[in-house]
Design a protein around this ligand. Structure first.
Ligand code: TXA
Ligand code: MG
Length: 315
C-alpha cells in the first residue's frame, strides 16, 4: 500500500528519483511523473493500464512556464489562462520538442494546466520539471476525489499519495484546444462553458461521443463504475428491489428506501453535486448494488459536465 501524507519534500524526492506520486488537485487527484523523462512517464501508463494513444496533461506552476513547452501561445489563450489559472482549465497548444512524444501520444500539441491546490503548487515550484498527470484511476474508471480513492485502486503501484483532502471541484478540467485557428472545447469539465464564453464569446464544441483517438478522455464509455449504471427513473416493480440504488440530484424518491439512495446536493447546488458525484458513484459501486439508477441534473452551467459524466458512466 502507498504511504499517505502531506510531506511535499518527500513527494519531491520521489519524483526526482523518477518514481510516481499521486497529487491532489482541485478537480481530481492526479498520478504524477516527471513529464520530461519518458522512463518515468511510461510508468504512469503501466500503473493505469492506459493505452499509449491517450495523451497526458502537463501540469505547470504558473502561466510563465507555458512558453517553455508550447511553441505558440495565442492572445486568446493567454487571456483565458490569465483569467482562470490556477484552476480547472486545460489548454491545448502546439508543443515544443522538449515535450516527449510519449506524453502527447505522438501529437504535435501539448495539454497544459496550472492546478489550484496549495500542496501541488508548492510541489511544482520545488521541482525543476513539470508533472505529467492523468487522473489517478485505472483507465476507464471513475476519477478519484479523495486520497483513499487512489489508495483503494492504485495503492499497490505507487510509493506516496500526497493528501490534499477532498477535491474542491470534483470534475476533471475543461479542455479548450487552441491547436488550430479557432479555439474549441474538447471536454466539458469543472469550469463551465458559460464562464469560459463570458471571456471568449461563443466557442464551438468538438466533444465526440464515439471512440476518438484525438481525445480519448471522450471515449463513449469512460469514467464508469463497475456496476450497471442507467439514467432513468425506477419502474414500479423495481421499488422493492434490494439490489438497486438511486443516485438523485436533490430529493429522495418517495417510493424507494432512503438507505438505497444518495443525494448529490440537498440544496440543489450544481457545484456541490459535482463535488459529490465521483465519491457517490464509487460508494454505490463498493456497496455492490447490481444496478444504479441515476437522475439527470439541470442541464446548465456545471450541470452539462455532470450529465456528460453520468452519460459516459451509463454505456
Ligand atoms: O482535471 C484534470 O484534467 C485531471 C487533473 C489530474 O489535472 N487530469 C485528467 O487527465 O483528467 P486525464 O488523463 O484523465 O485526461 C486528460 C485528457 C486525455 O484523455 C485527452 O482526452 C486530453 O486530456 N488530452 C491530453 N493531451 C491532449 C492533446 N494534445 N490533444 C487533445 N487532447 C488531449
Ligand atoms: Mg482520466
Amino acid at each position: 500500500m502507498a504511504e499517505i501524507g502531506v510531506d511535499v519534500g518527500k513527494a519531491a524526492d520521489i519524483l526526482n528519483s523518477g518514481d510516481l506520486v499521486a497529487i491532489p488537485t482541485e478537480t481530481v487527484y492526479g498520478l504524477a511523473a516527471n513529464a520530461l523523462l519518458p522512463n518515468s512517464v511510461v510508468r504512469i501508463f503501466e500503473a493505469k493500464k492506459r493505452p499509449f494513444f491517450d495523451p497526458l496533461i502537463v501540469h505547470i506552476s504558473s502561466i510563465h512556464e507555458v512558453e517553455k513547452y508550447a511553441s505558440h501561445f495565442p492572445k486568446a489563450a493567454i487571456d483565458l489562462c490569465n483569467k482562470f489559472w490556477p484552476g480547472p482549465l486545460t489548454v491545448i497548444l502546439p508543443k515544443k520538442d522538449l515535450v516527449p512524444d510519449l506524453v502527447t501520444a505522438g501529437q504535435k500539441t501539448v495539454a497544459l494546466r496550472v492546478p489550484q491546490h496549495p500542496l501541488t503548487l508548492e510541489l511544482l515550484k520545488r521541482l525543476e520539471f513539470p508533472l505529467a498527470a492523468p487522473s489517478a484511476n485505472p483507465f476507464g474508471y471513475v476519477s478519484p476525489t479523495l486520497a483513499s480513492h487512489v489508495q483503494a485502486q492504485l495503492g499497490n503501484k505507487i510509493a506516496y499519495i500526497l493528501d490534499g483532502g477532498p477535491s474542491k471541484v470534483g470534475l476533471e478540467s475543461t479542455i479548450v484546444s487552441f491547436a488550430d485557428g479557432t479555439p474549441k472545447i474538447l471536454r466539458l469539465g469543472g469550469l463551465s462553458v458559460l464562464d469560459i464564453e463570458a471571456e471568449t464569446g461563443h466557442l464551438d464544441q468538438d466533444i465526440i461521443q464515439n471512440s476518438n483517438p484525438i481525445a480519448p478522455g471522450q471515449l463513449d464509455k469512460h469514467y464508469a463504475p463497475h456496476c450497471s449504471f442507467e439514467i432513468r427513473e425506477p419502474t414500479a416493480d423495481e421499488f422493492q428491489k434490494k439490489s438497486i440504488a438511486l443516485l438523485r440530484f436533490q430529493s429522495y424518491h418517495a417510493h424507494f428506501p432512503k438507505d438505497q439512495q444518495l443525494i448529490l446536493s440537498e440544496t440543489g447546488s450544481l457545484a456541490e453535486a459535482a463535488r459529490h458525484l465521483f465519491d457517490m458513484m464509487r460508494r454505490l459501486d463498493d456497496l455492490k448494488f447490481q444496478l444504479v439508477l441515476a437522475e439527470k441534473v439541470p442541464n446548465e452551467g456545471l450541470g452539462l459536465a455532470i450529465n456528460d459524466r453520468l452519460k459516459r458512466a451509463s454505456r
